[in-house]
Ligand binder design. Structure first.
Ligand code: PMV
Length: 327
């Protein structure tokens, strides 16, 4: 029996969410909290049926089992969907004939919106490649993982997959157009969790409805967000935090206009701003999950307190984490 363990980082969207789904750029950073996936091949099983077994404690899934021939078919538990479809897609491309035991361990809650499913899926593909001695480039891992996202969700830019594979801080354009690593050092970010789990696809659909009703307005918002991202990229590399903060605030205004902020997110955002953050905005699809605030060092304690005061939870993170790697 071989056992391979691989890890990949979670992610935080910095700027450009929603517009990125429609071909505009975004900025994303990989966070220090990681997802770990261990895979063993099971050669001789008692019966002749080769099975996949998944334990994902973070999703409260223990002993999920299926014959290998049935993966991707029938009932698929939500908490293991990305892993199961990733295995199916890998096996279709690189056939193998053994059973698998897969175990996940996460350093962050799947509720935060840090991209636990994407990170687990990327780890699974990398671990399978190692297990079967198949050399896959980062680009090949990204391609297979992004295909898996589209198979499951039908939509999504793949920015989270890029962060899990490449790590660091990226300027990302969907459709295999651009994954550009940026040289960024420490980022003085504070993260506040709203306590509400957001469903990305629901939010994407809500925005799509708005775009159907007001096509030119929404298209113009996307264009403005794209412009913000392009200027923010320069501010980020130059470490011009005042400008980056301002751009985050403007981006938040457009996200409000798209209707994806909530009272709780806005309360945290305004609390951070009034305690001296350079800027603050929601991060990700909206509807819940997290906000990010960029804050001068001397105000960080006040900003964190402000988040807690309005009922948010502060999550300490490191940015620019390394992409998928063998453990
Ligand atoms: O909900 P999250 O944190 O995975 O972020 C979604 C960001 C979107 O732009 C709305 C969707 C996407 O796939 O880019």
């Amino acid at each position: 029996m071989n056992r391979i363990t691989v890890s990949a980082p979670g992610k935080l969207m910095l700027l450009g969410e929603h517009a990125v789904v429609y071909g505009h750029p975004c900025l994303v950073t990989a966070v220090g909290q990681r997802m770990y996936v261990s895979i063993s091949n099971v050669k001789s099983q008692i019966s002749n049926v080769k099975k996949i077994r998944i334990d994902a404690p973070g999703e409260k899934i223990f002993g999920y089992e299926k014959p290998m021939e049935d993966i991707g078919k029938g009932e698929i538990s939500k908490g293991v969907r990305f892993i199961e479809i990733a295995v199916r897609n890998f096996r279709e491309k690189y056939p193998f004939d053994v059973g698998l035991t897969i175990t996940t361990r996460s350093e962050f809650s799947s509720q935060f919106g840090f991209g636990s499913s994407s990170a687990a899926m990327v780890c699974t593909i990398k671990a399978l490649a190692e297990l079967f001695s198949i050399k896959l480039s980062k680009k090949q891992i990204f391609d297979l993982a992004y295909k898996t996202v589209l198979d499951i969700q039908g939509k999504g830019s793949g920015f989270d997959v890029a962060a899990a594979v490449y790590g660091g801080t990226l300027y990302f354009v969907t459709g295999w157009k651009k994954i550009q690593p940026l040289v960024v050092g420490h980022l003085p970010l504070v993260v506040g969790y709203s306590g509400v789990k957001a469903d990305t696809v629901t939010l994407i659909n809500q925005v799509a409805e708005k775009a159907k009703k007001y096509p030119d307005i929404v298209e113009n918002i996307y264009k403005q967000i794209a412009r913000i991202v392009d200027i923010a990229k320069i501010a980020l590399v130059k470490k011009d935090w005042t400008m980056l903060g301002e751009l985050m605030n403007i981006n938040q205004g457009y996200l409000e206009a798209l209707g994806v902020s909530t009272g709780k997110l806005s309360a945290m955002i305004y609390a951070c701003r009034s305690e001296g953050a350079y800027g603050a905005k929601l991060s990700g699809a909206g509807g819940g999950d997290c906000i990010i605030a960029l804050s001068p060092k001397e105000n960080i304690t006040k900003v964190k307190k402000a988040i807690k005061k309005v009922g948010g939870q502060v999550i300490d993170i490191e940015v620019n984490a390394e992409g998928v790697r063998m453990e």
